[in-house]
Design a protein around this ligand. Sequence first.
Ligand code: ZN
Length: 184
Amino acid sequence: MVFRYCLPPRLTRKKGESAVICPFCRFDDSRVIDSRPTDEGTQIRRRRECTSCARRFNTSETSVLLVIKRSGATEPFSREKVINGVRKACQGRPVNDDDLALLAQRVEESLRSDGVAEVEAQEVGMAILAPLRELDEVAYLRYASVYRSFSSLEDFEGEIALLRAEPSRNSKALKDSRTQELIK
Ligand SMILES: [Zn+2]
């Protein structure tokens, strides 16, 4: 049996071991016997032993990825918000809900791959650019024009020149490095 816990990252880092309650006696302290990451690193499976009743149990713990908004407030990362953020740019384009779900998943994976528990809202926006470009270049251009505040025809021309110089059939590694340069 696996007990699922959702731990805020601060708890995971500092007091995670005491945040899990024993499913048998409800004691709130346990010892970690074994730990292994699953599911692309977003979940950790742990084997624990209760320090009160000594019974053992498994947990599947998810670390929450927090987004720091411009106001300074934080909220849990939401794939739904990513999808809502790009949906408008995808209007009239051959992009379906599955594509958007996959895009949101890739955004989350790329943010989590940095191993940090909190990201700025700005970083979420940047993480959208590369997978969106791969999905649909017109949608990408629309999104980038708003997100990166294109203010003139030259901005569009420059971006289109870059897209032309490197069509999306290029290898993924190349594209990623190109996008990294674009967003600096
Ligand atoms: Zn116990």
